[in-house]
Design a protein around this ligand. Sequence first.
Ligand SMILES: [Zn+2]
Length: 169
Amino acid sequence: MERLYAPWRLNYITGGAPKKAGPTGCIFCDRPAEVEEKDAENYIVRRGAVCYIILNAFPYNSGHVMVLPYRHIASPTELTAEEGCEMMQLTAAMTDVLTGIYRPDGFNIGMNVGAAAGAGIAAHLHMHIVPRWNGDTNFMPVIGDVKVLPETLPQTYEKIVRYFEQNGQ
Ligand SMILES: [Zn+2]
């Protein structure tokens, strides 16, 4: 599916495109391994002790984020108790934040485990959080095979980080 960032399409093409994998060959390992000063450009919105939250570079909706362990593991069975616990704590905090900012009508929260299940990066486990609004699956994605997002990734990033700061979470 093509994603259309009108009217910021040019901006997306020239500046917003996601980076390629770096030294480890896994973007989910590379991004948090970089210094925290780069968190904004890496779209890392929150760092926990063993897990972190990052914006999805190809969002299904504005506010689509992922919660994942720092550790390069592929299956929930490999999660430690601490990782599993923090993954759910960050997921809960993130749904609060997204509710506060976007007032969605619901969420899709879940993991695609393995390439056969649709995981884009199957080697590194990640939980998707996708805000949903009544009627958000409209004629554009269905008929036009194009998704219109109302804001850019940097705008989404700013909103989420500011909300976390202001609400002391
Ligand atoms: Zn990884």
